[in-house]
Design a protein around this ligand. Structure first.
Ligand SMILES: C[S@@+](CC[C@H](N)C(=O)[O-])C[C@H]1O[C@@H](n2cnc3c(N)ncnc32)[C@H](O)[C@@H]1O
Length: 199
C-alpha cells in the first residue's frame, strides 16, 4: 500500500464551492490533481493507493484506488467527488469515516490525528525539497508520504511532522508541484530494484 497525505491549507470544508472555479476555491485544483496523480495511470488505475486530503485541518477526505468509481483524469469530476464527500460531513461523528461514494470517505480529522493513525499502517515520510536525497533511502515499506499543497508547511506542521516522521526525503533539487511530487514518488518506487534486463 502506498499512501499520500496532502495538507490543504486553504481548502474548503463545506460543499458550497464552485466547480467552475477550483483555483479560487482554496486551490482545490491542486488537491484534485493530487488525487489523480496518486490513483490513476494512463488508461488504468493503480492498485493499493490511498490519497488523503486534509482540509483546513478540520476534515480529511480519503480516496481509495481499489474501491473508487468514476474517478477520471479531469479536475472537475474529481472535485465533484470531493463535493459529494463534503455534503456528508455532518454524518461524520468523532473520527469515524463516512462513505460518500464508493472508495471515497470523509472523517472529522485534522493533520495530527490523520498521521498518528496512518503511522500505524506504514512508514511516515515527509516529502520536502530540502530533505535527504531519495536515492540515499531504501524504499520504505508501506510508505505514507506527507506533502503540502501550494503553500509551505507551517512551523507547527513542521514540528509535528519532525516528531512523527521516519524521514524527510527530497525527490530532487527542483521545487515541484504537489501532484508532480506524487508522480515522482510513484516512479521512484516503481523503479526501485527495477531490472532493465541484459543489454
Ligand atoms: C508546491 S510545493 C509547496 C510550495 C512551498 N513554497 C514549499 O516550498 O514548500 C508542494 C509540495 O510538494 C512536495 N515537493 C515539491 N518539490 C519537492 C521535491 N523536490 N522533493 C520532495 N518533495 C517536494 C513538498 O511536500 C511540497 O510541500
Amino acid at each position: 500500500m502506498r499512501q499520500f497525505v496532502v495538507v490543504g491549507h486553504e481548502a474548503p470544508t463545506t460543499p458550497e464551492f464552485s466547480l467552475d472555479d477550483l483555483p479560487g476555491s482554496g486551490r482545490l485544483d491542486v488537491l484534485c490533481r493530487c488525487v489523480v496523480a496518486g490513483c490513476l495511470l494512463s488508461h488504468s488505475i493503480r492498485s493499493a493507493v490511498r490519497v488523503h486530503l486534509v482540509l483546513d485541518d478540520a476534515f480529511t477526505i480519503t480516496v481509495d484506488s481499489d474501491e473508487v468509481r468514476n474517478l477520471r483524469p479531469d479536475e472537475r469530476s474529481t472535485a465533484a467527488l470531493l463535493r459529494t464527500a463534503l455534503e456528508h460531513r455532518e454524518e461524520a461523528i468523532g473520527h469515524q469515516p463516512v462513505q460518500s461514494s464508493p472508495g471515497v470517505t470523509i472523517r472529522r480529522t485534522g493533520l495530527e490525528h490523520a498521521i498518528d493513525t496512518l503511522a500505524e499502517e506504514g512508514t511516515l515520510v515527509v516529502l520536502d525539497e530540502d530533505g535527504t536525497p531519495v536515492d540515499e533511502h531504501p524504499p520504505p515499506s508501506d510508505p505514507v508520504f506527507v506533502l503540502s499543497d501550494h503553500l509551505s508547511f507551517s512551523d507547527a506542521e513542521r514540528a509535528l511532522l519532525a516528531d512523527r516522521a521516519t524521514a524527510t526525503v527530497s525527490l530532487g533539487p527542483e521545487p515541484l508541484h504537489a501532484d508532480q511530487a506524487i508522480t515522482v514518488a510513484h516512479a521512484a518506487l516503481d523503479t526501485a530494484g527495477f531490472d532493465h534486463g541484459s543489454p
